[in-house]
Design a protein around this ligand. Sequence first.
Ligand code: MN3
Length: 202
Amino acid sequence: MAFKLPELGYAYDALEPNIDARTMEIHHTKHHNGYTTKLNGAIEGTDLEGKSIEDILTNLDMSNSAVRNNGGGFYNHSLFWTVMNPEDKGYLSGELKDAIEAAFGSKEKFMDAFSNAAATQFGSGWAWLCVHKGGKVEVCSTPNQDNPLMPGVSCGGTPILGLDVWEHAYYLNYQNRRPDYIDAFFKVINWNEVERRYAEAK
Ligand code: MN3
């Protein structure tokens, strides 16, 4: 069964003014759709066909660049849309709040660490909050469409929050001002979903 481009769950203009509608539409219908189509083409007729995307990435042959780039792109964007929400953003609470405070000292220090990872990722890539078995959280970044689920990639663990810092994610509205885009992202984080992912992965 082929992978399908997931719905956003909200309108393209729902994250305005933090993330503009035109960027969201192009990002979803062109970029994410492209990764999805190319992933399906790359696994068709191979023994990866029919496996879950998590299974494919966790056991990936890193020399398989078609699956690495497009499988990463499919998974990363699928996560990205869900950790943003225009309405019910929730707030950092519960077990995840405890884990973030244990790892970073405070929510503000976590935001500094995450922002720094996003700002200093040279060129295209992602910033991540990952959880390890046992519940410890860690911030890291990856180049291109790499993902911490992949063997030997960055901090490892399961990503529960991700920020796309490819220029296609922000250039129309923010041009070269990546730090402004990072600040805007913090205003639309869906903490309820991040907490749900934490509870599932820890
Ligand atoms: Mn992208």
